[in-house]
Design a protein around this ligand. Structure first.
Ligand SMILES: *C/C=C(C)/C=C/C=C(C)/C=C/C1=C(C)CCCC1(C)C
Length: 236
């Protein structure tokens, strides 16, 4: 088994839970990328870009997981790779929202607003998590940006456009909206677990912030991409 894994330059199977989830995460992101890239035409020309973006999201994550796994086995911090990954992939998710609503008349401003807010959310989160600033203050600013994103998707103009599009587009939009409300909420929980003095019992379980983030990424990157794939094959 280890020889096989070394062949893929993945090294030995790590024996602590945290590194192991990075290892599984690398595999899962690689497999999902292969799936999306090979399925580019599954919904015809109309959905090609959307499926491509799904593949780019998991591929960018696969590369970062590869590095994070290495850092994790060596006991180094993964925070920098983590946020570089997010700062590239979360805006691509905002692009996905725009792409599926484009035919219902979505304006580019919807995409730029979401990208702007998610950048604020992640940069302020990085300041708090890396120790450059107070974890509570910066985490709160990050959380406020997150609420605005949720608000725009649940109660703003994006929802009206999805209604107008109806059918499979509306179904996909509604599913993705839940990913942002529930799936993305996993991250602030991870952040609080990583903040000293908050939810310290989690460490006793052998879990930590990184495990929570890894579970979040698997759901939000692979699951999110599969919703797009499903939309493409239902609405050819
Ligand atoms: C693929 C990666 C995704 C979808 C990452 C999403 C990340 C977040 C929604 C992070 C949110 C945070 C807060 C709302 C407050 C605390 C700091 C963060 C950055 C963990």
């Amino acid at each position: 088994m280890d020889n096989f894994l070394n062949f893929f330059l993945l090294g030995d199977v790590p024996n602590d839970l945290v590194s192991f989830t990075f290892f599984i995460g690398t595999m899962a992101m690689m497999a999902a990328s292969a799936f999306f890239f090979l399925s580019l035409d599954a919904g015809g020309a109309k959905w090609r870009t959307s499926i491509l973006v799904s593949g780019l999201i998991t591929f960018i994550a696969a590369v970062h997981y590869y590095y994070m796994r290495d850092a994790s086995v060596s006991g180094d911090s993964v925070t920098f790779f983590r946020y570089v990954d997010w700062i590239l992939t979360v805006p691509l998710m905002c692009v996905e929202f725009y792409l599926i609503l484009q035919k219902a008349g979505a304006q580019k401003s919807l995409m730029w607003n979401l990208i702007f807010l998610s950048t604020i959310m992640l940069v302020t989160g990085y300041v708090g998590e890396s120790g450059l600033g107070d974890a509570v203050i910066w985490g709160t600013i990050s959380g406020l940006s997150y609420f605005v994103i949720v608000y725009i998707l649940w109660f703003g103009s994006a929802g009206q456009l999805a209604q107008k599009a109806g059918g499979a587009v509306l179904d996909a939009f509604n599913a993705l909206k839940w990913f942002v409300l529930v799936g993305w909420a996993i991250y602030p929980i991870g952040y609080m677990i990583g903040t000293d003095g908050w939810y310290d019992f989690v460490d006793a379980l052998g879990w930590n912030m990184e495990v929570v983030y890894n579970v979040g990424d698997a759901i939000n990157k692979i699951g999110f991409g599969l919703v797009i794939y499903n939309l493409a094959v239902t609405d050819k």
